[in-house]
Design a protein around this ligand. Structure first.
Ligand code: HEC
Length: 266
């Protein structure tokens, strides 16, 4: 057999595999939307304004169902974060209530049986809006709204995934029935999510005047939730860069010193 023939056969086989593989994969898995992020790449940083807007949407919309138990309020003023001032952070914390420790009489509930609460301080973390898991499930048709502190790390695709889910609601395709209390979402596993579409145009009025489209809010939220999962990202990248440069300098120095050593031997 001519080599030309075998080669053509090989090329044909590879192209067929190449063409059908994505088509097969697409059947039950839709590629995530990838809108692009300021924090992409080795030198990417968080867009401060986006972090502040994302925080605003979280606070006004998502906090009704989701906590951020790994995010202390004080970190909102940390370097590499949304850049709120200390007094802004105090004011933000003061809007949240947490279960109080036992009072002087050792009680944790008031005369009506309601739990005693205290005002949060900057050292506290964003609490879950529900007293416990059962209460959270009871309020959400049996489904648990997960804590969002680490959600961009916990799901494949990170920010792209959060963005895709938040913008991924729509009518179910023909032949698919969605049970009551569930919503069709192209990007959620199984395509039926218990979270009612949380965003709609102008759901918030941005403090900085940005137009609050669903895509804008989803983008800002995904930025904010990437920061909650990796608040030290900028520091990490900076250190990485310093290490790279140091190693490069070291390599150059070593190269010249070895050259000198070797030179002497010959
Ligand atoms: C009315 C309550 C409610 C609100 C408001 C809400 N969620 Fe949810 N969310 C849920 C529930 C319930 C689930 C669990 C869904 C499931 O398991 O089907 C969920 C799940 C999620 C998930 C996880 C999907 C996964 O892969 O497990 C993300 C991300 C999310 N919500 C983000 C948000 C964001 C961001 C906001 C604010 C724009 C928001 N949610 C507002 C109730 C809510």
């Amino acid at each position: 057999m001519s080599t030309f023939f075998t080669r053509s056969l090989l090329v044909a086989a590879i192209s067929v595999i190449g063409l059908t593989a994505p088509a097969l994969a697409a059947e039950d898995h839709i590629a995530l939307k990838a809108p692009g992020w300021s924090f992409d790449g080795p030198f990417g940083t968080y867009d401060r304004a986006a972090l502040q807007r994302g925080f605003q949407v979280y606070k006004e919309v998502c906090a009704a169902c989701h906590g951020l138990k790994r995010v202390p309020f004080r970190t909102l003023a940390d370097e590499g974060g949304p850049g709120f001032t200390e007094s802004e952070v105090k004011a933000i914390a003061a809007q949240y209530k947490l279960p109080a420790p036992p009072n002087d009489q050792g009680q944790t509930i008031d005369a009506n049986g309601a739990p005693l609460m205290r005002t949060a301080i900057p050292a506290d973390a964003f609490p879950s809006p529900f007293a416990n898991e059962n209460a959270a499930r009871f309020a959400n048709n049996g489904s648990l709204p997960p804590d969002l502190s680490l959600i961009t790390k916990a799901r494949m695709g990170g920010a792209d995934y959060v963005y895709s889910v938040l913008t991924g609601y729509g009518p179910a395709p023909e032949g698919v029935t969605v049970p009551a209390g569930r919503y069709y979402n192209a990007y959620f596993a199984g395509h039926q999510i218990a979270m009612p579409p949380p965003l709609s145009a102008d759901r918030v009025t941005y403090a900085d005047g940005t137009k609050a489209t669903v895509e804008q809010m989803a983008h800002d939220l995904a930025t904010f939730l990437t920061w909650t999962a990796e608040p030290k990202m900028e520091e990490r990248k900076e250190m990485g860069f310093i290490w790279m440069v140091s190693l490069l300098v070291l390599a150059v120095l070593l190269f010249f010193s070895y050259r000198k050593v070797w030179h002497g031997e010959h």
